[in-house]
Design a protein around this ligand. Structure first.
Ligand code: C2E
Ligand code: MG
Ligand code: MG
Length: 822
C-alpha cells in the first residue's frame, strides 16, 4: 500500500470489497471523493481534525471541509485527474499520512478518488497489519485492468483474474487446472510445450522479464494481439509463472491505421510525383525512395544512403541555406522543415526543388528521425520568374519598365545617400512625332519604330546603366557614375545622334528625334518617383522649346508644371465656350493691292487676360491633344465666315482662307472627314480653302507627309507650305509634294533688304516656285520697301503688318466692303 495502488487498476466494486476488509480494524479513515470534488462517505476511524466523520450522509464539498487544508483539496483534485498522490498533513495535535487513489472506470478515466488517511504514528503498522492481507492482495489482482494468469511448471493454469476472464472470454472456473495452450493460437500453441521444458532445463528464456507481443485465442475462437510480460516466482519447491497480459487490439489497430495513413501519404506523394526521404538521425543514414532518385535521373542503385548523396548535389549557393533550414527544424525553431534549393540532375541539368519534412522526437525533444518529401518546382519557379520578369519588363521591347526603373532609381538614391560622392543622372526621352507614325503608318509600323529605337538606344548605354521604356514613346536612361550635368548632356547627345539616322519602316524612310529631360540624382530626393517626375517635367519643357531639344531640370519647372496644368484647363474651357476664334490677316496681291484671301490665326478671347496669341497656347493644345477640337472650331468658323463674305461681296472663287494645321492634326485620322464635313457645312468651294503646313513638319517625315497630303489633296483644296526657308528642304525635293502655295518665312523677308545674299535667295525661291507651278506668298511684309523689293522679285502675294495685322472678323469684313484695296 505504501507504493500506492497502480491508479489505473482500480474499479469501484472491488475496491469496496477491499475496503470493508480493512477498515473495520485498522486505525485509518477511508473516504470516497466523487467527481464533483465532494466527500461522499467516510469509513474506519473518525478524524474530526480533518473534518472526517463516519457515515454516508450528503456529500460535502472538499473545499468546505478542508478550508484550512488547501493541500488536501489540491491533492484530491489531482487524483481526480488520474494521479496517485501521497502527502502528509498536520491537523491539530496529529499528523496524518494520506493517499489519494484515483478510481479508474472502464472508460479509462478517473471516476472518483479513494482517500486513505492514517494517523502518522501508527502509519506503517496500520497498513501492514491488515489482518486479511491475502484478501487485500487478491483485491489488487482482481482489480488490475491487465489480465493476470499464473501457471505452474506443468503449464496448468493456477490463477486467472477477472480481467483475464474479460480478455479471453472464459470464467476462471473454465480454465483453472487446464493447460495454458488453450489460450494460444497456432503457431504459439505447438511451440509452447517445448518452450517451457527447455526453460526448465536450461534456464534460458527469451520471454521472462521482457515484454513481448504475441497472439491470444479467445473462447469464441477469435485471435487477437496481446502484449505479455512473464515473471517467475517460486512458491516452496514449486515454480510458477505469472503472465501479465494486455489486450493490444486497439493499439495494433491504431498502429495499423497509422501505417495505412503513412502508406497513403507515400502513395499520395508518389501520385504527386514527389520523392520521399527518411533520415535516421541516430546513424545518419537516409533512405531515398526510388522516385527521389529517379527525379534526379539516377537508377535505384546509384544513390546510397548517406546525407552527402543529397547535399553534394545541391547547388553550391543553396547548400548553406538548406543546412540552416535543417538545423532550424531539428532545434525545433520551425514547426515543419521546408527548404527550397537548386539541385543537379545526373544529366547536369539544374532543377528547382522544395523539400518538406518533419522530425520525430524523443520525450526530451531530441529528434531521432526526420522524414519528408522532395518536389520538383522547376516549372512553377520558372513560371514565377516569368511572371516577375513580365511584371518588370515591357512586353514589346523587353526593356525594363517603369516599375523596375523606379526600383533601380531607388537603389541609386540609396547609394547616393550612403556615399554623396557617387553621382548619377536620369534622362527621359520622348520620340518626336511618334504619334504621327503610329496613326498614319499603322500601329505595326509604330511598334517596329519603337523596337528599332530600343535596339539603337541599347547599343548606346553603358554597362550597369538602365534603359527603360516608360510608356508609348517615352524611354528613360539611368546613367550611373555620371559626375555632372556636362557628362550627362554628352551622353544624351550621343544617344540622340543614333536615333537621328532614318529608320526604314515598311519600305519607307522615317525620321525621328527625341526631346530629352535630364535630372541629376540628389540625396534630397525623397523618393525615386519625385526624381522621375522632375526628369519628365524637363522633358516636357524640352518638347515645348522645340522638338529634339534637351533640357535639364531646374526647380522653377515645377511651378511651370502647375501653371501648365492650369493653362490646359483654361484652354479646354476656352474651346468649350467657343472663345478660341480666328483673327483674319489679309493676303494681298502685290500688283493690285487687293485682298485675295485671309489667313485665319487663332486667338483666345480671355475674360481676364484679354486677347491671347497662339504662341501662348498652341504648344499646350498640341501637347494635350486639344489642338484637334480647336482646329475643327477654327476651320468651321473660318470656312463659314469666308463663304459668307464670298456671298456678301460676290467673291465666289476669289477670296481664299488659310488655316494652319499642326502635326497632331495631320496625324488625326478624322482630319479628312472633318474637312469634308466643314466644307459641306459651310458651302465653301474647296479651292478657297488653303491648308498651311510648316516646312519643318513636312520634312520631319517626308514620305509620310507625302502620303497624307496626297490624300488631303483629293478634297481639291489648296495646300500651302508655311514658313518656307526654315526647314532646310531643297526646292527640287518639294516637287514630290502636291503643293499649291509657298509661303516664304518672314525671316528672309526681314533680311532681304539689308543682305544682298538673302535677296538673291528670295529671287531664286520665287523663280523655282514658279517653275514648280506654285504661287508665292511673302510673310512678314512690314514696310513699303519690303513690298517693293518683292514686287521686283516677281513675288505675287504678300502678308504682313505693312498691310494689316490679324483682326477680328468684323474689321476684316470692313476691309472687304471698303473695296478691298489695301
Ligand atoms: P504662321 O502660320 O506663320 O502665321 C503668321 C504669323 O506671323 C502670325 O502670328 C502673324 O500674326 C505673324 N505676322 C503676320 N505679319 C507679320 C509681320 O509683318 N511681322 C511679324 N513679325 N509677324 C507677322 P500669330 O498669329 O502669332 O501666329 C503664330 C503661329 O501660330 C502661326 O504662324 C501658326 O503657325 C500658329 N497658328 C496660329 N493659329 C493657328 C491655328 O489655328 N492652328 C495651328 N495649328 N497653328 C496656328
Ligand atoms: Mg500660317
Ligand atoms: Mg508662317
Amino acid at each position: 500500500m505504501k507504493q500506492g495502488l497502480p491508479k489505473e487498476i482500480m474499479t469501484l466494486p472491488h475496491v469496496r470489497r477491499m475496503l470493508s476488509a480493512v477498515v473495520e480494524t485498522a486505525p485509518v479513515a477511508l473516504c470516497v471523493i466523487n467527481r464533483n470534488l465532494a466527500l461522499s462517505r467516510v469509513e474506519g476511524q473518525e478524524f474530526p481534525e480533518l473534518g472526517l466523520h463516519l457515515g454516508g450522509g450528503r456529500p460535502a464539498s472538499c473545499r468546505k471541509v478542508w478550508q484550512d487544508q488547501p493541500a488536501l483539496v489540491d491533492a484530491a483534485r489531482r487524483a481526480l485527474k488520474g494521479e496517485t498522490v501521497s502527502t502528509t498533513v498536520v491537523a491539530g495535535e496529529n499528523a496524518y499520512d494520506l493517499q489519494f487513489l484515483p478510481v479508474i472506470g472502464r472508460g479509462g478515466k478517473p471516476q472518483s478518488v479513494i482517500a486513505v488517511f492514517a494517523d502518522v504514528t501508527s502509519r506503517y503498522t496500520s497498513l501492514v497489519q491488515i489482518p486479511d492481507r491475502e484478501e487485500f492482495l487478491q483485491g489488487i489482482i482482481d482489480t488490475v485492468v491487465d489480465g493476470i494468469v499464473t501457471i505452474d511448471q506443468l503449464g496448468l493454469i493456477r490463477d486467472f483474474n477477472p480481467s483475464a476472464a474479460l480478455i479471453f472470454g472464459y470464467q476462471p472456473s473454465e480454465v483453472v487446472g487446464k493447460t495454458l495452450t488453450m489460450l494460444m493460437p497456432e503457431p504459439y500453441r505447438s511451440e509452447h510445450h517445448g518452450y517451457v521444458e527447455r526453460y526448465l532445463a536450461t534456464g534460458k528464456s527469451t520471454v521472462i522479464g521482457k515484454r513481448r507481443e504475441l497472439a491470444g485465442l479467445r473462447k469464441d475462437g477469435t485471435i487477437f494481439p496481446i502484449e505479455i510480460a512473464i515473471s517467475e516466482l517460486e512458491v516452496g519447491d514449486q515454480r510458477h509463472f505469472t503472465g501479465v497480459i494486455r489486450d493490444i487490439t486497439e493499439r495494433k489497430e491504431a498502429e495499423r491505421a497509422l501505417r495505412a495513413s503513412e502508406e497513403r501519404y507515400a502513395l499520395a506523394a508518389r501520385g504527386a510525383n514527389d520523392g520521399l526521404w527518411d533520415w535516421n538521425l541516430e546513424d545518419n543514414t537516409i533512405y531515398f525512395s526510388p522516385r527521389f532518385k529517379a527525379m534526379l535521373g539516377y537508377r535505384e542503385d546509384e544513390i546510397g544512403e548517406s546525407p552527402e548523396e543529397w547535399m553534394n548535389r545541391i547547388h553550391r549557393d543553396d547548400v548553406d541555406q538548406f543546412c540552416d533550414d535543417v538545423d532550424a527544424h531539428l532545434s525545433a525553431r520551425t514547426v515543419t522543415f521546408q527548404s527550397e534549393y537548386r539541385i543537379r540532375r545526373k544529366s547536369g541539368e539544374i532543377l528547382r526543388m522544395v523539400a518538406r519534412g518533419v522530425a520525430l522526437r524523443h520525450d526530451d525533444g531530441t529528434p531521432y528521425r526526420m522524414a519528408g518529401s522532395q518536389s520538383d518546382i522547376t516549372d512553377r519557379k520558372q513560371a514565377e520568374e516569368r511572371l516577375i520578369h513580365d511584371a518588370l519588363h515591357d512586353a514589346l521591347t523587353g526593356l525594363p519598365n517603369r516599375t523596375l526603373l523606379l526600383d533601380r532609381l531607388g537603389q541609386a538614391l540609396a547609394r547616393i545617400k550612403r556615399n554623396p560622392e557617387s553621382r548619377f543622372a536620369l534622362a527621359v526621352l520622348n520620340l518626336d512625332r511618334f504619334r504621327m507614325v503610329n496613326e498614319s503608318l499603322g500601329h505595326g509600323a509604330g511598334d517596329d519604330l519603337l523596337l528599332a529605337v530600343s535596339r539603337r538606344l541599347e547599343n548606346q548605354i553603358d554597362m550597369g546603366d538602365t534603359l527603360a521604356r516608360l510608356g508609348a514613346d517615352d524611354f528613360a536612361v539611368l546613367m550611373e557614375d555620371t559626375p555632372n550635368e556636362k557628362t550627362a548632356r554628352t551622353n544624351v547627345a550621343r544617344i540622340k545622334k543614333t536615333i537621328a539616322h532614318p529608320f526604314r519602316l515598311s519600305g519607307r524612310e522615317v525620321f525621328t528625334s527625341a526631346s530629352v529631360g535630364i535630372v541629376m540624382g540628389e540625396a534630397e530626393y525623397p523618393t525615386p518617383t519625385d526624381l522621375l517626375r522632375d526628369a519628365e517635367l524637363a522633358m516636357a519643357r524640352a518638347k515645348r522649346d522645340g522638338k529634339g531639344k534637351t533640357e535639364t531640370f531646374y526647380s522653377s519647372l515645377r511651378r511651370e508644371a502647375v501653371g501648365l496644368m492650369e493653362a490646359e484647363t483654361d484652354l479646354r474651357k476656352a474651346i468649350e465656350q467657343e472663345r478660341v476664334v480666328p483673327y483674319y490677316q489679309p493676303i494681298i496681291a502685290l500688283n493690285t493691292g487687293r485682298v485675295v484671301g485671309f489667313e485665319a490665326l487663332a486667338r483666345i478671347e480671355h475674360p481676364q487676360r484679354g486677347i491671347v496669341p497662339p504662341a501662348e497656347f498652341i504648344h499646350i493644345a498640341e501637347d494635350t491633344g486639344l489642338i484637334v477640337p480647336m482646329c475643327e472650331q477654327m476651320m468651321s468658323l473660318a470656312c463659314a465666315q469666308t463663304a459668307a463674305w464670298q456671298e456678301a461681296f460676290d467673291l465666289e472663287g476669289k477670296l481664299s482662307v488659310s488655316v494652319n494645321l499642326s502635326a497632331r492634326n495631320l496625324a488625326d485620322e478624322n482630319l479628312y472627314g472633318m474637312l469634308e464635313q466643314v466644307l459641306a457645312d459651310s458651302g465653301l468651294s474647296p479651292g478657297s480653302l488653303h491648308v498651311e503646313i510648316t516646312e519643318s513638319l513636312l520634312m520631319s517625315n517626308p514620305e509620310l507627309m507625302e502620303q497624307t497630303l496626297q490624300r488631303l489633296k483629293t478634297l481639291d483644296l489648296c495646300l500651302a507650305l508655311d514658313d518656307f526657308g526654315t526647314g532646310y528642304s531643297s526646292l527640287s525635293y518639294l516637287q514630290s509634294f502636291p503643293l499649291d502655295v509657298l509661303k516664304i518665312d518672314r525671316s528672309f523677308v526681314a533680311r532681304m533688304v539689308s543682305e544682298a545674299r538673302d535677296q538673291e535667295l528670295v529671287r531664286i525661291i520665287v523663280m523655282l516656285a514658279h517653275t514648280l507651278g506654285l504661287d508665292v506668298v511673302a510673310e512678314g511684309v512690314e514696310t513699303a520697301g519690303h513690298a517693293d523689293v518683292l514686287r521686283a522679285l516677281n513675288c505675287e502675294f504678300a502678308q504682313g503688318f505693312h498691310y494689316a495685322a490679324p483682326m477680328r472678323a468684323e474689321e476684316a469684313g470692313d476691309i472687304l466692303s471698303a473695296g478691298f484695296d489695301v
